[in-house]
Ligand binder design. Structure first.
Ligand code: MV4
Length: 500
């Protein structure tokens, strides 16, 4: 029976896992690096322990330090969250060899699913639709030319060892193939330490639709429907939603049953996600499995009513999944926006500083998974996620409207954020029509300076004034209205920018 869990992560996901543990009566231990000693996840846990200096490799990625922290605080289990060590099969194995529970799939399944070529071969053998292409990677150009000529151009070259678009090359004509293969090999070698690449048929303007699955230690495997995650920037998801705008009951059943087939083929035994590419004719193809809880899991929770972190911990506790496929229903529509400390007007450069002012959004259907508080330090050492804003509505339009209102309510001063950029996405006619393909941002959201730069600078000015000298602010507010353009209004001593 799991009584105490060490959360091997930080920020919003650590806070989210701690919340699930509290609901289950499980004690929690937070880990923190020297710059995170006052972080919200540390303040939220029952206990906490410093595991090293700021750089992730010396702290959150330091396997020995994390494992020793769990042992020294008497934990039964480690929850890795996402990122960091979440899909590291070596760490997974070390935790189990030390007699602790790793809250996730077993190491063998994680290892198999971590190799693109191995999982692709397993899926072909299991009758799961994969993108047409080479069966294995190759080092000689003749194999690439032969497959490309058989399938026809355009084709896509991919790195076997990694994802996230690194080492990917689209090739539209034969003459460019050799040079593209060699360049992909070089990039893959530097990014993943392996120059193994392979070739697939290129699917034009695909959608990224992923299915949430859960499998327990007693042979039960279910799907908890899909998430549409096509709005990405440089392979980083920006906005996710459930259900997908293109989904229909027949396609959903076929994709869900295929996701279960994938989980069974890989002997998967935790919560996880099966990623698919869907083309314009609604053909779907296996992409990969994410063997962890994902950033975007709340949109599934908000439309099914299932707490996926509690389910993941229950499965790790050898419990059976407490419901069957027929009992699961999708209700309404949920959208998630990731609130990043990034400068959307300056190529999304990370923004660091102190949170001078924070107003969390509220309202019907609004959930805010937050990793900061007013006064938090936002450092440059880690992923710049500050919070996730998830909104539920009875249908997609109500969820979209509520999300826009909630984003405008979410005031964060002290760092630049991507809030204005997301409002622009959600207000775009193509988003409203549900035309959310993987090229949505490059086609619709040119990286020109938006209004947000002025709003953010003015917010920073206000915040700085507030934090320095209230009297000075009174004077500015009295006299300053003439310098604030109309969108600004003063409510008492607070200037709130109405961004509509
Ligand atoms: C593809 C593809 C088109 N054709 N494979 C991007 C990284 C990894 N998630 C797989 N990706 C793609 N694989 C073939 N054969 C287009 C993409 C792709 C993409 C996929 C999902 C979400 C966002 C994407 C952004 C660019 C490219």
């Amino acid at each position: 029976m799991i009584k105490k869990i060490l959360i091997a992560n930080r920020s919003e996901i650590a806070c989210r896992i701690i919340r699930a543990c509290k609901e289950m009566g499980i004690r929690t231990v937070a880990i923190y690096s020297e710059v995170d000693s006052d972080a919200l996840h540390v303040l939220s846990a029952d206990e906490s322990i410093c595991i090293g200096p700021a750089p992730a490799l010396q702290s959150y990625l330091n396997q020995e330090a994390v494992l020793n922290a769990a042992i020294s605080t008497g934990c039964d289990a480690i929850h890795p969250g996402y990122g960091f060590l979440a899909e590291n099969s070596e760490f997974n194995r070390k935790v189990r060899d030390a007699g602790l529970i790793f809250i996730g799939p077993d190491p063998e399944s994680m290892e198999l699913l971590g190799s693109k070529v191995a999982s692709r071969q397993l899926m072909i053998k299991s009758g799961v639709p994969v993108i047409p292409g080479m069966k294995t990677s190759s080092m000689n150009i003749e194999d690439f030319e032969k497959t490309a000529n058989e399938m026809g151009f355009p084709v896509l070259i991919k790195a076997s060892a990694g994802g996230g678009g690194k080492g990917m090359r689209v090739v539209h004509q034969k003459e460019k193939l050799k040079e593209a293969v060699e360049s992909a090999m070089r990039e893959s070698k530097s990014a993943f330490g392996s120059e193994e690449v392979y070739l697939e048929k290129y699917i034009e303007s695909p959608r990224h639709v992923e299915f949430q699955i859960a499998a327990d230690h007693h042979g039960n495997v279910i799907y908890l429907f899909e998430r549409e995650c096509s709005i990405q920037r440089r392979h980083q998801k920006i906005i996710e939603e459930a259900p997908s705008p293109i989904m229909d009951p027949d396609l959903q059943k076929r994709m869900g049953e295929t996701a279960i087939k994938v989980a069974k083929a890989a002997n998967y035994d935790s919560v996880g996600t099966v990623e698919f590419l869907v083309d314009k004719n609604k053909n779907f193809y296996f992409l990969e499995v994410n063997a962890r809880i994902q950033v975007e899991h709340p949109v599934t929770e908000m439309t099914t009513g299932i707490d996926l972190v509690k389910l993941q911990i229950a499965i790790a506790n050898d419990e059976k999944i407490p419901f069957n496929q027929e009992e699961l229903k999708q209700n309404g529509h949920a959208i998630e926006c990731r609130i990043y400390a990034e400068d959307a007007d300056n190529k999304f450069m990370p923004s660091s500083g102190n949170i001078l002012f924070l107003k969390e959004p509220t309202g019907p259907g609004v959930r805010y998974d937050c990793g900061i508080y007013q006064g938090s330090k936002v450092s440059v050492f880690y992923d710049p996620v500050l919070a996730k804003l998830i909104v539920w509505g009875k249908d997609r339009e109500e969820a979209r409207q509520r999300m826009i209102i909630a984003l405008k309510q979410n005031i964060i001063l002290g760092v630049k954020t991507s809030i204005r950029f997301m409002i622009n996405c959600l207000e775009h006619p193509e988003f409203i029509k549900g035309n959310t393909f993987t090229n949505f941002i490059e086609n619709n959201m040119s990286e020109k300076i938006s209004r947000s730069e002025f709003i953010i600078n003015a917010s920073l000015t206000t915040a700085t004034l507030m934090s320095q000298n209230q009297k000075k602010l009174d004077k500015v507010v009295t006299e300053g209205n003439s310098i604030m353009p109309t969108p600004w209004q003063t409510i008492g001593k607070w200037e709130i920018c109405s961004t509509n």
